[in-house]
Design a protein around this ligand. Sequence first.
Ligand SMILES: [Zn+2]
Length: 344
Amino acid sequence: MKEQLQTLEKEAIEKVNGTTNLKEIQEVQVTYLGRKGSITEVLRGMGKLSKEERPVIGELANKVRTTIQSAIDKKKEKLEQEELEKQLLKETIDVTLPGRPVNFGGKHILTSIIEEIEDLFIGLGYEVREGPEVETDYFNFEALNLPKGHPARDMQDSFYITNELLLRTHTSPVQARTMRTLDGNEPIRMICPGKVYRRDNDDATHSHQFTQIEGLYVDRNVRMSDLKGTLNLFAKKLFGEDREIRFRPSFFPFTEPSVEMDISCKVCSGKGCSVCKQTGWIEILGSGMVHPKVLEMAGYDPEVYTGFAFGMGPDRIAMLKYGIDDIRRFYTDDVRFLKQFHEA
Ligand SMILES: [Zn+2]
């Protein structure tokens, strides 16, 4: 029995030394020291021993048990340490690895164009004004010299909410509202950018929703030459110093006289090409001297005050500036299209 125990001890220590992970060491523990383990098995035979032998074997068995247990404990500790180190190594952050790219959003191309135009006019002393997109018939039409039944209303059919409420067809009501707030005795220099709506069938150059920027300058002694000077500066800043401008007579119900402004075609330098429809010129905006009736309705004395107004479409300007072929691209949210302008 003594030899059996010594062999078991030797065997167990060898097994312990041979283990490479915590699971194996657990198995060794069960095999030798468990309730059904080898040592217990041997000790079951104690009954057959003489009275003298029993304590000797008992002591030896305890010694063997302790030796094996301490060997297991030592090895266990070592393995645990190793596993911790392995774990730590695995979780180490490599600070030299390149970071994961973060996707940043960017401004919509129309927002960029609007902000560019705003900056330009703010530099000339204008302020930016905004107004409601759901507008009354009065501010959208009547206050702008477009009484009910006026034929010019046909060109601006809109989406009506009630007979008196509609989605605004232009940003001009913001001008009317601003003039109203000033009691007819303060000069005005304002631009109003925003979304407008018309009941158009969508195609490459028409959209039921688009953007406008209008401007208004009202003061004593504002003349047509002020209009020309301001818009000339605007065109050159936005499209390039080498561009020429020209004015053509036109008609708008809220201005008199009314003009349309063209800029010389950049593609052909005025010789004529498909972009400018062989004319050498590209239409950019409409403007004119504020109609005396519009001033009067807003509380300004047309004998004292004069002014000019202009309106343009940032959609069209962006299309011209960047060679965009379809207005619907601005509103269909195709990221591949929008992304191209993040650095623009
Ligand atoms: Zn051209």
